[in-house]
Design a protein around this ligand. Structure first.
Ligand code: GLA
Length: 381
């Protein structure tokens, strides 16, 4: 009887040590069930945590960042991203893209069509006359495979999705990996990679809606943004770039110095009305002065009240700042909270919208044998 008991207790001890050393590193990851889709597919949730009270939850439906808990200046924790408590919420509200991984093509393609090597391709139109975020069944509506990722100083999860040749009209079988990772510096990093077996186009991004006061706690008009972007890409009435790369100076698009989102959002300016016909709003691509240097600060948003402070770093040349203009108080999110008009902002790091049809924009083409990569970091100070 003595021996088995001894074995048991030493096993217990070594388990405890394993837990303690994980705590010493400060980082941990947890994995649980998040329900099922309407057709019965099981969806998993991975929660990444650090010792400063930051918890990021990612679900395998849509590669969605479902929740992001960040303490405020007094240490009070709140969830700073909009989302839903169950899979049905995401499936029923397919057009808001809360927290989703966007692909194959972030933002709009004019007429949903483009030419590649002389051949025309057609993507389903799901935004008036254009295609948006990869067509009606984009990456945000797919179920991803997930596996914990291992890297020194980071805890993470890697999502994988293989998109068949011709899916949503895009050429080439495309294999995409998205790794969400968290470290002790409060950096949530999203790394993407993709390969194709035929020439194709792609533009991957994440569509998290942030409210630094906490999701569902009013609008973001008093939150103060800095965008290190001296130019933006003006759009037409259907939000397709005109092809021009215009200076922000002298327009409501100037966020070169810290400026509250609400300062000029209602200004009389045709671009703001294209984004939201009644009251105005932001929904444009800014041309980042960081030019793909992920070591340089691309954007910064602070909430004076909660003291939460978000910094953005990215390898991408552009960022779509969207101020939740289409939220109208009818979407009920996590914990029954209602998300009001201008109730969040997105920072969708990307190549410029409609790039496949815009000869002056950086190319979004991917060829077989090449690897697409993009890295974006959301850092909380
Ligand atoms: C993007 C678009 C917006 C809107 C949102 C989702 O940010 O640019 O116009 O469609 O997605 O509602």
């Amino acid at each position: 009887m003595m021996q088995p008991r001894f074995i048991l207790s030493s096993l217990g001890l070594s388990l405890m040590i394993a837990t303690l050393s994980a705590h010493a590193a400060g980082l941990s990851s947890e994995h649980s069930a998040f329900g099922t889709t309407a057709d019965g597919t099981a969806i998993d949730k991975y929660t990444l945590s650090n010792s400063h009270g930051v918890h990021a939850s990612i679900i395998t439906y849509g590669g969605v960042l479902q929740s992001l808990i960040v303490p405020d200046k007094n240490g009070k924790a709140d969830d700073v991203v909009l989302g839903f408590d169950d899979v049905a919420g995401y499936q029923k509200n397919g057009t808001v893209y809360f927290g989703a991984t966007i692909g194959r093509f972030g933002n709009r393609i004019a007429g949903g069509t483009f030419k590649l090597d002389g051949k025309s391709y057609q993507i389903p139109l799901n935004d008036g006359p254009n295609s948006l975020h990869g067509g009606s069944q984009g990456f945000d509506k797919r179920v991803w495979k997930a596996e914990p990722s291992k890297e020194k100083d980071w805890v993470g999860v890697t999502l994988t999705y293989v998109s068949a040749d011709g899916e949503m009209g895009f050429p080439g079988k495309l294999e995409t990996h998205v790794t969400y990772s968290l470290n002790e510096k409060n950096e949530l990093r999203i790394k993407y990679s993709a390969t194709t077996d035929k020439p194709t186009v792609l533009n991957l991004t994440n569509h998290s809606y942030f409210n630094l006061a906490g999701a569902g706690n009013g609008d973001i008009l008093k939150q103060v943004a800095t965008l290190h972007a001296s130019h933006y890409t003006p759009v037409n009435a259907t939000l397709i770039p005109t092809g021009e790369i215009a200076p922000v100076v002298g327009t409501p698009m100037d966020f070169l110095k810290p400026t509250a989102f609400g300062k000029n959002i209602k200004a009389v300016h045709p671009q703001l009305k294209f984004a939201e016909a009644k009251q105005g709003g932001y929904d444009f691509n800014w041309v980042l002065d960081t030019k793909g240097n992920v070591g340089k600060l691309a954007a910064d948003v602070r909430d004076p009240e909660s003291g939460r402070h978000l910094q953005l770093f990215t390898t991408e040349p552009g960022v779509q700042l969207y101020t939740g203009n289409f939220l109208d108080g009818t979407v009920v999110g996590k914990a029954g909270k209602v998300y009001p008009h201008w109730g969040a902002f997105t920072l969708e790091t990307q190549h410029y919208p409609d790039a496949p049809n815009q000869p002056k924009f950086l190319s979004t083409r991917l060829d077989p044998g090449k690897v697409y990569t993009q890295t974006t970091v959301f850092k909380f100070l």
